[in-house]
Ligand binder design. Structure first.
Ligand code: SAH
Length: 232
């Protein structure tokens, strides 16, 4: 009996969406994870749990909560958008986050992707070029208790050198080419996901890895992101 209980405890995987979330709309998140994310092939358990844990509706306060859990991006002001939930999950899974990793995000926006990353890595540094969005995201992440995320207002083209190198880099606006400072700030063994291509058209989602000092770029899928902005 004891052996049975022990093996059940060892092999039982925790439910992806535990019933005791402190945040409302847990059922909506569970449905979103099952129908929009797992159904499209994202299977990393830590990423799925992170998506379940983060109260997406708090990141789009101008919309009814149900809208936050629909299968689409939503406007967050200043002509910017929070990505579709599937894209956030897919990009997070692509960089194979580990609990000891340090992550850099370019394009804080609402702060949602940073919150999802913060659930699966040790610390998150995120850069936003529009000061008002950076301020709002800082306040929001503070209120929600995400204390392993730091936000800086600035041009993400330069990355965030003070905390480099990064195990993981996630870029959520599309530059025409991969900014070379970001490649330099990627750690040996690190993974970067970035949409690359001309604005107004679809871009290529790329996975960039660095192994033995060599940089490899792999095309993942066509995507559509807001353009990477130049500093004013
Ligand atoms: N990751 C965000 C969504 C990002 S939308 C979220 O989860 O809500 C893309 C964001 O990138 C916008 O907020 C935009 O202002 C920002 N951005 C665009 N160009 C940038 C640049 N050069 N440096 C930093 N941020 C930039």
């Amino acid at each position: 009996m004891f052996a049975l209980l022990l093996s059940a405890a060892l092999f039982a995987t925790p439910p992806v969406c535990p019933a005791d979330s402190p945040w409302a709309f847990q059922q909506e998140r569970k449905r979103m994870v099952q129908r929009q994310i797992e159904a499209r092939g994202v299977s990393d358990a830590a990423v799925l749990r992170a998506i379940c844990a983060v109260p997406r509706h708090k990141f789009v306060p101008d919309f009814p909560a149900e809208a936050a859990y629909q299968d689409r991006p939503l406007p967050i002001g200043h002509d910017q958008t929070i990505s579709q939930p599937y894209i956030v999950a897919h990009m997070t899974a692509l960089v194979r986050p580990d609990s000891t990793d340090r992550a850099l995000e370019i394009g804080t926006g609402s702060g949602y992707q940073a919150a999802v990353l913060s659930e699966v890595v040790d610390s998150v540094y995120t850069v936003e070029i529009i000061p008002e969005l950076a301020q709002r995201a800082t306040r929001r992440l503070d209120q929600l208790g995400y204390d392993n995320v730091r936000i800086k207002t600035g041009d993400g083209y330069q990355g965030w050198k003070a905390h480099a190198p990064y195990d993981v880099i996630v870029v959520t606006a599309a530059p025409e080419q991969i900014p070379s400072p970001l490649i330099r700030q990627l750690k040996e063994g690190g993974r970067m996901v970035i949409p690359v291509g001309p604005s107004g058209q679809s871009q290529q989602l790329m996975l960039v890895t660095k192994k033995n000092g060599q940089v490899k770029r792999r095309k993942i899928a066509p995507v559509r992101f807001v353009p990477f902005l130049d500093s004013p």
